[in-house]
Design a protein around this ligand. Structure first.
Ligand SMILES: [Fe+2]
Length: 555
């Protein structure tokens, strides 16, 4: 036995990806909640797999076209048909309960449409498909339109929630290129180690901590119980070189660091607050400089989530940070509707124990901070979805409003809000004003086809110029920042967005920034990284300074 080898202390390389998978598909929130997972298996995964098996060439051609980015095309150059056939057959067999569930939801919809005509729904319970009996309540809206709601917590306790479908893929990334993950499953690859562990498993915390804190080689080996074949690959994920040293912010000001997309870290010497974490890895060269997970503090006091879209609730980042997140704040939903699964239940099921729900105009207080849940409107294709909230964060007298993708379709909403919370110092907003059509994200949940023109009219769109400037006018901010809206290269795998100068979100945000500047408001579109400092005593132009983002101290 090589004693030196076994007692050496090792770190997990900072560019190691721990990718959560559900039945080999990239795990996002709708693949955790049982009802939405069932619908995505039949309405997305099986459809894409069958299409690839039938016509792999169409997929390999579509993948090359920037116009098709984010479409239902698998990024395997048409070369993995046999493997996809195996995955398809495994899915049909292993997921048969969820497939049956999905068929039953469509049957229930049909039954309600045919039979619920304003009279009591009670007799119809007998006609609810067998597998759904006891998991749904039948309801009307006030106009006698029939629908149903799930008892979602019971679904998590049923055979329809099976953590054995979850696994993790561990691999090293050396660039920002990744296939669009909602359309491409993760097949076997000689450089990828698959571990059959549920997301709640503490091994994820153990490995994630190892990016900063070394562990004895022997202990790691024992903990993982790998086969000989796996061990050789696993060794390549480790290093004896310590990562860059993180320096905690201990100044008197409020420090804001933009990590890309809608991910922003707000720190004072007392608290750290991270909004919508989608965090890049450290340890490979890129032309776009950015803060990475190496720039996050050892403890994050509060993670704030704005809404249940895959680029704002990124499980890959959340699981990797779980061990350092003290509290995670999510928008409250209790509606039980298929399209609106609870973020709280979802996070609980994957091992988070410290989840706080916040509703509209509710507040949270800690240290010298106050957080208010501000209504989030639109950007959800006119579906009744409650799991969305903007966060108003106040530290001392200094205030920030994180609007995320809220689309200001009714400016009166924020006029009413302003009367309660007052003006804000800094606004961060998304202006992805084109947005994908409803079916891109919610298509698998629909029982009926939606006509193309209706689909095109109901989009996942954020504010355009008019809506954005109305928001600015109502809150009188001193600074306005527009997010990069998916343009950072490390976001492409989940957002599938590529803009040109002619793209509407770029034109609209340029106009907003120009008009803000004319009004004397500091404004810019963020991209990659940004660091700003503010005083807690309230916004003070004299104390304001923009510093070039400091890179992590190298040691
Ligand atoms: Fe969104």
């Amino acid at each position: 036995m090589n004693t030196k080898m076994n007692t050496r202390m090792i770190y997990l390389k900072p560019n190691t990806v721990i990718e959560p998978l559900f039945a080999r598909w990239y795990a996002w929130a709708h693949l955790i909640s049982p009802a939405t997972a069932a619908m995505n298996i039949t309405g997305r995964h099986l459809k894409i797999m069958n299409s690839y098996i039938q016509a792999p060439q169409i997929h390999s051609t579509a993948i090359k076209s920037p116009k098709m980015l984010g479409g239902p095309f698998m990024d395997y150059k048409g070369e993995r048909v046999d493997d996809i056939k195996v995955l398809r057959d495994q899915t049909l067999e292993k997921q048969k309960d969820l497939i049956e569930f999905s068929d039953a939801v469509k049957e229930l919809d049909k039954m309600l449409k045919a039979n619920a005509n304003g009279y009591s729904l009670e007799p119809l319970y007998k006609q609810v498909p067998e597998v759904l009996k006891g998991y749904v309540e039948l309801v009307y809206d006030l106009n006698n339109n029939p629908s149903f709601r799930f008892f979602e917590t019971l679904l998590y306790k049923s055979k329809f929630f099976n953590p054995s479908f979850q696994s993790i893929a561990i691999w090293l990334t050396n660039n920002d290129e990744r296939p669009f993950v909602l359309s491409t499953p993760k097949l076997d690859d000689e450089m990828v180690l698959h571990l059959e562990v549920p997301f709640s498993d503490s091994i994820i915390d153990y490995l994630s901590k190892m990016k900063r804190h070394a562990k004895p080689h022997q202990e790691v080996k024992q903990r993982l119980k790998l086969s000989e074949q796996q061990e050789a690959l696993f060794e390549t994920f480790f290093t004896e070189t310590p990562p860059p040293r993180y320096r905690k912010y201990d100044g008197e000001k409020v420090r804001m660091r933009y990590f890309g997309h809608a991910a922003i870290l707000v720190e004072s010497k007392d608290v750290s607050i991270l909004i919508d974490p989608v965090i890049s890895y450290y340890g490979y060269h890129s032309d776009v400089s950015r803060f990475s997970d190496m720039d996050l503090p050892e403890v994050i006091d509060y993670v704030l989530i704005t809404h249940n879209h895959q680029d704002h609730v990124l499980l890959e980042t959340l699981l990797a940070l779980r061990h350092k997140i003290k509290n995670i704040v999510v928008p409250r939903t209790t509606c039980g509707a298929l399209q609106d699964p609870s973020l709280k239940y979802m996070l609980e099921s994957v091992g988070f124990t410290n989840i706080l729900e916040i509703g509209e105009m509710e507040s949270l207080n800690f240290a010298d901070c106050n957080i208010i849940g501000v209504p989030f409107i639109g950007e959800h294709c006119d579906l009744n979805i409650q799991a969305k909230i903007c966060h108003h964060v106040k530290i001392g007298k200094f205030s920030m409003l994180f609007v995320a993708d809220s689309c200001n379709v009714e400016p009166r909403l924020y006029e009413h809000t302003q009367k309660v919370i007052g003006d804000v110092d800094v606004i961060f907003l998304g202006m992805e004003c084109d947005g994908a059509p409803l079916t891109w994200l919610y298509g698998p949940l629909l029982s009926d086809n939606l006509s193309r023109d209706k689909d095109g009219s109901r989009r996942l769109a954020g504010s355009n110029y008019e809506k954005g400037i109305a928001l600015v006018d109502v809150f009188n901010p001193k600074e306005v920042y527009v997010y990069a809206m998916g343009q950072e290269p490390w976001l492409e795998f989940i957002s599938s967005i590529k803009y040109t100068p002619e793209s509407n979100p770029i034109i609209a945000s340029n106009e907003l920034i120009k008009v803000c500047n004319e009004k004397g408001i500091i404004s810019e579109r963020l991209f990659g990284e940004k660091e700003l400092f503010y005083t807690k005593e309230g916004y003070n132009q004299e104390n304001y300074k923009i510093e070039d983002a400091l890179t992590t101290e190298e040691v």
